[in-house]
Design a protein around this ligand. Structure first.
Ligand code: HEM
Length: 139
């Protein structure tokens, strides 16, 4: 389901605050992901610098295109197929989404309102749904 204009704004506003945080959220995110779900560590290379940067770039682009996510489908389709090659299972999308949003909550504390959380959940759910649907086609 598409996000409401209020949700679009909530995601944009909260994301600009998250990006101002002294420690890059993508570093905190991977730290939390491997702490909470150690079994996914083996999927990633030892050196995470590249990964943290490209992951953040993708979220940047998602937030930029949030009002028209359909435009992201070709990019997400390619990304989804790469993830199949990396050995990612579709059930892991829920894990990554939960850790990402918890990381945002940890950074913003009380500024991460329940409305902001719901808006991020909606954005992530839509993104993951596209990637999951593209994971099972064409091979
Ligand atoms: C919306 C969700 C996700 C986004 C935006 C995302 C983004 C990315 C990006 C941009 C890359 C780099 C692609 C490249 O090689 O150029 C990547 C790689 C990767 N992602 Fe994701 N990802 C997502 C979900 C997941 C999930 C659910 C997992 C499961 C644990 C995962 C595991 C990986 C792995 C293992 C790699 C490859 C690392 C490597 O070998 O270099 N990702 N991801």
């Amino acid at each position: 389901m598409a996000l409401t204009p209020e949700q679009v704004q909530l995601v944009k506003d909260s994301y600009s605050l998250i990006c101002k945080h002294s420690e890059p959220y993508s570093i905190l995110f991977y730290h939390q992901l491997f702490l909470k779900h150690p079994f996914v560590r083996a999927l990633f290379p030892d050196e995470l610098a590249h990964q943290t940067s490209v992951f953040k770039q993708t979220i940047d682009v998602l937030v930029e295109n949030i009002a028209d996510l359909a435009r992201m489908r070709p990019t997400l389709a390619t990304l989804a197929r790469q993830h199949v090659q990396y050995g990612v299972d579709t059930y892991q999308y829920a894990i990554v989404g939960a850790v990402l949003i918890d990381t945002f909550a940890e950074i913003l504390e009380s500024r991460f309102t329940s409305e902001a959380r719901k808006a991020w959940e909606a954005l992530y759910a839509e993104t993951a749904a596209i990637m999951i649907s593209e994971s099972s086609t064409g091979h």
